[in-house]
Design a protein around this ligand. Structure first.
Ligand code: CU
Length: 193
């Protein structure tokens, strides 16, 4: 019952809750505990994620995208709570392979978006990107969510332009805590020249 009360509060103060989550790296242990509980019981947390992002309903596993061996440029990418770091801010036009290492403690993903400024990314009430509302052609592709401790890669044919790399996972924990990885800071610029 306590969880339901908190959920109601979160609905009214989603932004404040996100800010608290963002400040509280120490809360990570608790969140992870709840994660484990959720998967063990098959609870509603996965349902919430699926409706928000369509990416986290099944157990995450690395599914490489494209053929890394064909990449003209390889960009090493680090995913963690709550940032995406690249070893190069740009690449020449062509096949760009992102080799993403998840050094964090939660699943992460990489969505490649072209030609949309950060302030123009369409978002929902949780601060997550609404992929369906992106301009036509802006959604280039994505490395779907994969687990902590793993490395996954995606190779995309990129034309010159300004890009964003975004982790768009949203999780609603059993205690009502909502985490939008994008809102928490998992976004970075990338330029193709
Ligand atoms: Cu993430």
């Amino acid at each position: 019952m306590r969880g339901r009360v908190i959920t109601g509060l979160v609905a009214l103060t989603a932004l404040a809750s996100l800010a608290l989550v963002g400040c509280g790296d120490d809360d990570g242990a608790g969140v992870r505990e709840l994660d484990g509980e959720g998967s063990a019981t098959g609870s509603a947390s996965a349902t919430g994620s699926a409706s928000a992002t369509g990416s986290a309903s099944a157990p995450a596993e690395c599914v490489p995208v494209g053929d890394l061996s064909e990449a003209d440029t390889v960009v090493n990418t680090v995913l963690d709570e709550w940032f995406i770091a690249l070893d190069a801010p740009s690449a020449p036009a062509g096949d760009v392979g992102f080799v993403a290492e998840n050094v964090g403690e939660e699943n992460h993903e990489v969505v490649v978006v072209k030609g949309v400024a950060l302030e123009d990314v369409p978002t929902d009430e949780n601060g997550a990107m609404v992929e369906d509302e992106l301009p036509d052609g802006a959604l280039i592709g994505e490395i779907e969510a994969f687990p902590p401790g793993e490395t996954c890669d995606g190779t995309f044919a990129l034309d010159p332009g300004d890009y964003l790399l975004i982790c768009n996972i949203v999780e609603e924990e059993p205690d009502g805590t909502i985490e939008s990885h994008f809102a928490l800071g998992m976004v970075t610029d990338f330029t193709v020249e």
